[in-house]
Ligand binder design. Structure first.
Ligand code: TYD
Length: 206
């Protein structure tokens, strides 16, 4: 049986990455085979593109095309084969991030996004997307506390991140059947309980 495709999304500092491995482990404990991956990245070529995307200034459309180029490779080499083998794929960010960051944050023309998405995804969408949402100030505080060097996106001004957040929320409304909004401004334990309940539903619907 084909595996399920679960993606994690949210503004920088929403804390999604700390839940990725935990959720994968929960699935494994239920006897499922799980592959954890991320975007941009997930393949040797994709990781090289990630390095450019996170650190090299470039035109908005170049940025978008490289995100989708990395995604095409990721789908062909990693995601599709794993799902076909029956593995569950847990991916830290996917196409919703391009909608939110390049679309909402940077103002990419929606028609261009949709054309690229149709071309690259060929209709594939995650079975479940966990969108971690919280106020910008809280996310910023977390980033400052982590005290590490910031990439090109994290260095953007507050209004950019506010637009990214809004674009994610709009997308969640539009795709309410697949995107689950999670209030990330709660303790780790509370969030894990919520995730566990969502997972049970997803496994049952298999
Ligand atoms: P992120 O998951 O935040 O990496 P880390 O947890 O290591 O900081 O992803 C890196 C950045 O890439 C993030 O700021 C959002 C950006 N991004 C886009 O702008 N568009 C996309 O399509 C994707 C996948 C990511």
């Amino acid at each position: 049986m084909r595996g399920k495709f679960i993606t994690f999304e949210g503004i920088d500092g929403a804390g999604k990455s700390s839940h990725v491995d935990w959720l994968a482990e929960c699935l494994r404990q239920r006897g499922l085979s799980v592959l954890v991956t991320r975007e941009p990245g997930g393949t040797p070529l994709g990781e090289k593109l990630r390095d450019l995307l996170l650190h090299e200034p470039m035109h908005l459309e170049t940025e978008t095309l490289l995100m989708f180029a990395a995604r095409r490779e990721h789908l062909a080499q990693v995601i599709e084969p794993a799902l076909a083998r029956g593995q569950w794929v847990v991916c830290d960010r996917f196409s919703d991030a391009t909608w939110a960051y390049q679309g909402g944050g940077r103002g990419l023309d929606k028609a261009k996004f949709l054309a690229l998405e149709q071309w690259v995804l060929e209709g594939l969408q995650p079975d479940l997307t966990l969108l971690f949402d919280l106020p910008l100030e809280v996310a910023r505080e977390r980033i400052v506390l982590a005290n590490r060097s910031l990439d090109r996106f994290e260095q953007e001004r507050a209004d950019f991140h506010e637009r990214v957040r809004q674009a994610y929320l709009d997308r969640a409304q539009h795709f309410a059947h697949r995107i689950r909004l999670i209030d990330a401004n709660q303790s780790l334990e509370v969030i894990r309980k919520i995730l566990d309940a969502i997972l049970q539903e997803t496994i049952k619907s298999n």
